[in-house]
Design a protein around this ligand. Structure first.
Ligand SMILES: *[C@@H]1O[C@H](CO)[C@@H](O)[C@H](O)[C@H]1NC(C)=O
Ligand SMILES: *[C@@H]1O[C@H](CO)[C@@H](O)[C@H](O)[C@H]1NC(C)=O
Ligand SMILES: *[C@@H]1O[C@H](CO)[C@@H](O)[C@H](O)[C@H]1NC(C)=O
Ligand SMILES: *[C@@H]1O[C@H](CO)[C@@H](O)[C@H](O)[C@H]1NC(C)=O
Ligand SMILES: *[C@@H]1O[C@H](CO)[C@@H](O)[C@H](O)[C@H]1NC(C)=O
Length: 541
């Protein structure tokens, strides 16, 4: 990012601060009425699985799991590393895959973070999924058998092992995702991952052709390559093969999507795919006394957090830090809180040269010696966003962060780094939360009205439905028949009525052809009648 970009961002900062609209935060009390579900329903054992881990992936799943746990169920989380803020969910047991999954160790990831991100860069995810599949599958399966698990609640990204293990043990599998396009793609939607607009509504024919035919075919080609590798592994391990387990999930099972219409572009979804977002916690960790003092002592705080899984280059880190110092010097903000989870000190240049020529030592700032910059590893994000002094959230645009910011009404400045974040950035922009200040004033109250999140209780209800539905036959766990639209069973052609349309087109073409044929024949016939044929001798009478 160059200086021009930063000037641009700083002017946006200024704009946002000036036009900052105070929005009363809605209370997060929940008003769900306990059902008598526990009357004759014995508690069940639920496995929550996410291979990649990371707070933004796991937290919403745990918020739903916490409701299930309140209702008497026994919940076990399996993920890599230790989910650090475990104190938030004291009722949930945790089993670890081993050391935390370190995104930085994978070379290709490090490269792709700094380039324009599109689906062609997904290869690293598939590679990672394949490399870890066998271990993960065995672990999921063993834990499920040991703990007598009744239901698998799997994050559906890079987690084929969880989806397959549930199926292999003939247990119901419920999927979780924040990216609706991956589960139910509509012809009128696309994504910056395909280098396309999130909405194809106003795109040209060529653009729509690219976004619905060309790019998906290119992606299919990549997916196919990795899917074959994973299937080789599956057949070696005696596991049922499948083209893509998330696709099978979308076709056969309940999938909970952590998004909501208003943020997500509206579309219809089949009954087995349910949007239950934004999932928000009932209790959020409060500000630590230190952080509370810092934010109370500053009136215009910029909060910066790029999520626990993303990081950038030394050059960019240094530029970010420098721009924050300059923003303070220019009195655009008076305080900066930066949650820097993946970034050690050696990811910065040791000294920064400011534009006024002065030098600053990075280590002093990173050790919180600067009076107006507070750096910490893990910030209680919701509490920070909820504070009236926090005027702007500089974010990577992950789903969880975006939802929290929408909920607290904190304007966002989004730098999407990859994945679904590019689409999220466009969505908040369209919702008027970022950049466009006037729209922001109009929309946030509206959005808040729709997002007083009680929807995780719905998610928990849905999961309980799956737990207690009468399993009529041995395969009922593999297919949620009662909720699947018939079109999923009818195949592509019948499901879309293409055979009918084809027949009608055929009949229409036939009729048109027939009419043309008759017309031409008639014209010829009449022409013949009128003009004398050349071999007929002209009659002379
Ligand atoms: C990071 O810095 C590089 C140059 O070193 C630049 O090309 C890139 O756009 C930057 N990326 C982000 C996400 O800031
Ligand atoms: C997407 O389409 C909308 C409406 O046509 C337009 O305003 C917006 O700039 C487009 N975004 C991109 C990234 O092309
Ligand atoms: C496309 O254009 C129509 C008409 O101008 C407008 O109402 C609609 O909001 C646009 N769609 C998007 C996604 O920008
Ligand atoms: C959010 O802010 C409101 C009003 O300032 C306060 O009543 C509420 O307790 C805060 N919630 C959290 C979780 O910090
Ligand atoms: C389910 O499977 C068991 C053993 O595999 C079999 O005995 C039983 O008849 C099956 N039940 C149904 C309804 O198919």
């Amino acid at each position: 990012m160059n200086k021009k970009n930063f000037t641009f961002i700083l002017s946006l900062l200024l704009l946002n601060l000036i036009f900052r609209v105070e929005v009363n935060t809605a209370t997060q009390d929940s008003y769900y009425i306990p059902t008598n579900a526990d009357v004759d329903h014995p508690p069940k054992n639920i496995l929550v699985g996410s291979y990649v881990g990371g707070r933004s992936h796991i937290k919403p799943m745990l918020d739903i799991a916490a409701v299930l746990s309140e209702r008497g169920h026994n919940v076990i989380l399996i993920t890599s590393g230790n989910y650090t803020p475990a104190s938030e969910y004291p009722t949930i047991k945790q089993i670890s895959f081993g050391p935390a999954f370190d995104v930085k160790k994978i070379r290709s990831v490090a490269n792709l973070m700094h380039k324009e991100f599109d689906f062609t860069k997904f290869a690293f995810m598939y590679e990672m999924g394949i490399n870890t599949y066998e271990d993960a599958f065995v672990k999921y399966k063993n834990v499920a058998i040991d703990q007598n698990i009744d239901l698998f609640f799997c994050h559906a990204m890079v987690n084929d092992a969880c989806l397959d293990a549930g199926r292999a043990l003939n247990k119901p599998v419920v999927g979780f995702m924040s990216y609706l396009n991956a589960m139910d793609l509509k012809t009128y939607k696309s994504d910056p991952l395909f280098r396309c607009n999130i909405s194809l509504e106003n795109e040209s024919f060529l653009e729509r052709f690219k976004c619905t035919i060309v790019q998906p075919l290119r992606m299919l080609n990549i997916v196919n390559y990795f899917s074959n590798q994973l299937n080789d592994l599956r057949s070696k391990m005696g596991i049922e093969q499948v083209f893509m387990s998330p696709m099978r999930l979308a076709k056969n099972s309940l999938v909970l999507i952590d998004t909501f219409f208003g943020f997500e572009l509206p579309q219809t979804v089949p009954p087995n795919i349910q949007e239950i977002g934004p999932v928000l916690s009932k209790h959020y960790p409060p500000l630590t006394p230190e952080l509370s003092d810092f934010i109370n002592g500053h009136k215009r705080v910029l909060y910066v957090a790029f999520g626990s899984r993303f990081f950038t280059t030394i050059e960019n880190n240094s530029k970010l830090l420098q721009s924050f110092i300059e923003a303070i010097n220019k009195k655009i903000v008076d305080g900066v809180v930066w949650a820097l989870s993946q970034t050690p000190e050696d990811d910065f240049y040791p000294t920064l040269s400011l534009s006024d020529g002065s030098q600053v030592q990075t280590s002093l700032i990173l050790n919180n010696k600067h009076p107006h910059i507070h750096i910490l590893k893990f910030a209680p994000q919701f509490a920070v966003l909820n504070h009236t002094n926090t005027k702007l959230f500089f974010s990577h645009g992950g789903a969880g962060s975006t939802h929290e910011s929408l909920f607290t009404g904190t304007p966002m400045l989004v730098i999407p780094l990859g994945g679904d974040q590019l689409g999220n950035a466009q969505k908040v922009e369209l919702a008027g939360m970022a950049l466009s200040v006037n729209k922001f004033a109009l929309d946030v109250n509206d959005i808040i009205k729709h997002t007083k999140s009680k929807r995780k209780y719905r998610a928990a209800d849905l999961i309980e439905y799956i737990l207690y539905r009468n399993n009529l036959d041995n395969d009922s766990n593999k297919e949620l028949k009662e909720w699947l639209p018939a079109s999923t069973r009818m195949g592509f052609i019948k499901g879309n009525n293409y055979d009918i349309y084809g027949t009608i087109l055929g009949i229409a073409l036939g009729l048109i052809g027939g009419i043309l044929w008759i017309t031409i024949k008639s014209i010829k016939f009449i022409a013949k009648k009128i003009s004398p044929s050349p071999n007929q001798k002209p009659k002379r009478e």
